[in-house]
Design a protein around this ligand. Structure first.
Ligand code: URA
Length: 209
């Protein structure tokens, strides 16, 4: 699992523990997903290129740095990835947000795409695609393929919780994509939930169960 980066910031780990708790209510869960996503975005953008600029402060000229290079786009995978977009976007407000809707068809591998709306200039941007859970990896792999088909040369995948099955599947399908997660759990249940995981992330964010 060469492409996997498990983010170990204490604040992130603490908040993920709160997310796992089955007694965490929808409002708190949603807020935590947003906060965790913000912290993860901070870590996943460590390698952004900088250039030196001169800025006139009220006191003097400062030689300082700003982000340079290709622009970013954020792409949450519906539905649970939507909960991550606000946190990521809070750190990168200039990044447009595309949406990809994909769902799994019962068994682990077959998926259906039902929505795709990407920024018109997506091929000129580096993309951070996000979903709450990396379970079987089938939705993530398809979403990344859709982005590659749209011309995106540089893609990072960000999820709060991953499992070995999903990471391996994603690495096999897209060895060029780095995976950022907050935790690598034990594996999958026979219903394709990550265990111990957090349960159904979409239901917990949107209160649908
Ligand atoms: N999606 C979820 O919401 N939870 C899981 O455990 C796996 C996939």
């Amino acid at each position: 699992m060469n492409n996997l980066k498990i983010l170990d910031h204490p604040l992130l780990q603490h908040k993920i523990s709160l997310l796992r708790d089955k007694n965490t209510i929808m409002k708190e869960f949603r807020e935590l997903v947003s906060e965790v996503s913000m912290l993860m975005t901070y870590e996943a953008t460590r390698d952004l290129k900088l250039k030196e600029v001169q800025i006139e402060t009220p006191v003097a000229i400062a030689k300082t740095k700003v982000i340079s290079g290709r622009k970013l786009a954020l792409v949450p995978i519906l539905r649970a990835g939507l909960g991550m977009a606000s946190g990521a976007s809070a750190l990168i407000p200039a990044a447009p947000i595309g949406h990809i809707g994909i769902c799994r068809n019962g068994n682990g591998d077959s998926v259906t795409e039902y929505y795709c709306k990407l920024p018109v200039d997506i091929a000129e941007r580096d993309v951070i695609v996000m979903d709450l859970m990396l379970a079987t990896g089938s939705c993530a792999s398809r979403a990344i393929q859709m982005l590659k088909d749209a011309g995106c040369p540089s893609i990072k995948y960000m999820c709060v919780i991953a499992c070995p099955e999903g990471v391996r599947a994603l690495e096999k399908a897209h060895p060029d994509v780095s995976v950022y997660c907050g935790a690598l759990d034990e594996g999958l249940t026979e219903d394709f939930y990550i265990t111990p995981g957090i349960g159904d992330g979409g239901d917990r964010i949107f209160g649908t169960r």
